[in-house]
Design a protein around this ligand. Structure first.
Ligand code: TXA
Ligand code: MG
Length: 322
């Protein structure tokens, strides 16, 4: 284990090469270790969910060098800027609106219109972000349901071979996850308490912070009413599409159906997860344009990443919360 401030540039270069190639690197942050991948690479993001063994797609926090980089991806409102000026780099995640041209994987934000961004204060995390000049999506580097790792050894114990490299930055000085604050119009909503207190935030924004329902906001972000749901009706377990349906295929598909997108022709679940949100959106738009009745969805095996894909599809097919 190394002291936190020593930077081994060879390690940083190796980590950067792995990230650029779509691999996974566990990185130290001041809060906990994160399991990082290129946030713009859908396949790499799918590997994160696979490595964590999560049965659901939870939105991931996207790590940036600072406010300037964040501004490429989300709308940094004046209040967001003020908070970033005060607390970044540091343990504050801001949930903000994605820019229309945001290149971050839709899978990273689980199909939401918003994105959680933060600038980590750990010098190794900053060195890696600077070296790749790309955003890094990183949930805590533990298997789903396990406690967050605060030492490199914890990551190796929890994730083993599922991670391509562990950047050892010593023990994490803060040890609890970042505070998550959602800025929505006039509102500032605390989604998760963490390294920065509500009082500290209130001092900067000059108004009270609202507390979100913990269970709804964090345990089940996929159930939030704001979660992306297609406008089109969804028909699951469809072995073939009807004439007035769009088709979300998986594996072999009828060659001549005009409105088909395939999650993975080869039946690869990682590729399917990577394509899921983008394909759903595209078919939803197509249904509106072509006045189709529904999106028919091929059966997806309920194993590995298939479990999370099916969870998301069932939500998309469920009656809408209005
Ligand atoms: O300190 C931390 O925040 C660590 C380090 C690695 O940065 N990361 C972390 O990530 O704790 P994770 O995946 O374990 O927790 C991320 C949580 C999600 O479960 C979700 O509740 C919330 O952040 N989140 C992320 N993006 C969101 C969004 N767009 N809207 C609402 N909640 C979001
Ligand atoms: Mg976590």
């Amino acid at each position: 284990m190394r002291p936190m401030t020593t930077i081994d540039w060879k390690d940083v270069q190796d980590a950067a090469a792995i990230i650029r190639a779509g691999g996974l690197v566990a990185i130290p942050t001041e809060t906990v270790y994160g399991l990082a991948a290129d946030a713009t690479n859908d396949r790499a993001i799918a590997s994160i969910y696979e490595a964590k063994g999560r049965p659901r797609f939870n939105p991931l926090i996207v790590h940036v060098t600072g406010a300037e980089m964040a501004n490429r991806f989300v709308e940094m409102t004046p209040r967001a800027r003020a908070l970033a000026d005060e607390f970044w780099p540091g343990p504050l995640t801001l949930v903000l609106k994605r820019r229309p041209d945001c290149p971050i994987s839709l899978l990273a934000s689980a199909g939401l219109e918003t994105l959680g961004v933060r600038a980590p204060a750990h010098p190794l995390a900053q060195a890696l972000l600077g070296a790749i000049d790309r955003p890094l999506a990183a949930p805590s580097a533990n298997r789903s349901g396990a406690v967050s790792p605060t030492r490199a050894e914890h990551v190796r114990e929890s994730l083993g071979e599922a991670v391509d490299m562990v950047l050892d930055g010593g023990p994490c000085p803060v040890g609890v996850e970042s505070t998550i604050l959602k800025l929505d119009g006039e509102k500032a909503i605390l989604l998760r308490p963490g390294g920065i207190t509500a009082e500290e935030i209130e001092r900067v924004i000059g108004r009270p912070v609202e507390r979100a329902d913990q269970t709804a906001a964090i345990e089940a972000p996929g159930m939030l009413a704001s979660h992306y749901a297609p406008n089109a009706a969804i028909r699951l377990e469809a072995t073939s599409p009807g004439p007035r349906e769009a088709f979300l295929a998986f594996g072999a598909a009828p060659a001549n159906h005009p409105h088909t997108l395939n999650l993975s022709e080869s039946g690869d679940l990682r590729e399917a997860a990577a394509n899921l949100f983008a394909h759903l959106r595209a078919l939803d738009a197509l249904c509106a344009e072509e006045k189709l009745n529904a999106i028919a969805v091929a059966p997806i095996p309920d194993e590995g990443l298939g479990e999370a894909i099916n969870d998301r599809l069932r939500r998309a097919a469920a009656p809408r919360q209005k």
